[in-house]
Ligand binder design. Structure first.
Ligand code: PEP
Length: 259
């Protein structure tokens, strides 16, 4: 949301997480479509930062397709180690070498599918920063915790334990993603999102000298129809988008909602 005068400037970030979707032909077509729209926007100036995080297999061709475009590229995960015997994994340095500027860490699907703990997420984020990437650290409560009224305690604990000591506003983005809202078509109320983002902001300010400049994204069933309302909430500095990022019209409409 646009800051009141005197408030820190945080440029809105609209990030697409394609998850395990896309082969070369359709991934390239989607990226090229978005790049054409970005090039055609007023003097090539976007009102927000745009990022797409395709599956690892598509990073190199998409990096080539997006060369010269303002749309940035990111990975969906990285290993905490620099290199070595970690079959099936990718290092942060490899992502940087493939043209990435960002990497998502601690997405709830990785926490659930691969048992990733906060400590593992912190180590991955630390590896991302060491490789020169910006880490997008995901937090969010499961539905049972929400029903018990534990949302703030859960996200505060995840923030404390997932944020590496090297984190700064220049290299770290937080994404608040209630697990029950991901892919479900359900979202928290505007008041609930504002409460969680406000809490995270205060915790970031307590912990970091530039905590008021760290971007906090909301994620969970954001689409063109609700993006403007969500992006206008205090302390919401952008969105992390799953399903709707796979459709050029939807993703572009969400990007248009930030300006
Ligand atoms: C996500 O997985 O990060 C996400 C927000 O998914 P969706 O937009 O589909 O809810």
């Amino acid at each position: 949301m646009s800051p009141a005068s005197g408030a820190p400037q945080r440029r809105t970030l609209i990030a697409g997480n394609w998850k395990m979707n896309g082969r070369r032909a359709d991934g390239l077509a989607l990226a090229e479509d978005l790049a054409r729209r970005a090039a055609g926007s007023a003097a090539g100036q976007l009102a927000c930062d745009l990022l797409i995080c395709p599956p690892t297999t598509l990073l190199i061709p998409l990096g080539e397709a997006l060369a010269g475009s303002p749309i940035a590229l990111g990975g969906q995960d990285c290993h905490w180690a620099e290199k070595g015997a970690h079959t099936g994994d990718v290092s942060a340095a490899m992502l940087a070498d493939a043209g990435c500027r960002f990497v998502i860490v601690g997405h709830s699907e990785r926490r659930a599918d691969h048992g990733e703990t906060d400590a593992a997420v912190r180590d991955k984020a630390r590896a991302a920063l060491a490789a020169g990437l910006t880490a997008i650290i995901c937090l969010g409560e499961i539905e049972a915790a929400r029903e018990r009224g534990e949302t703030l305690a859960v996200v505060e604990g995840q923030l404390n334990d997932s944020l590496p000591e090297q984190a700064s506003a220049a290299n770290t983005v937080i994404a608040y993603e209630p697990v029950w809202a991901i892919g479900s078509g359900r979202t928290p109320t505007v008041e609930e999102i504002a409460r969680v983002h406000g809490h995270l902001r205060r915790k970031l300010q307590d912990r970091m000298s530039d905590g008021d400049r760290v971007r906090i994204l909301y994620g969970g069933s954001v689409k063109a129809a609700n993006a403007a309302e969500i992006l206008a909430i205090d302390e919401v500095d952008g969105a992390l988008i799953g399903g709707a990022s796979l459709k050029a019209d939807e993703f572009w409409a969400i990007a248009q909602s930030c300006g």
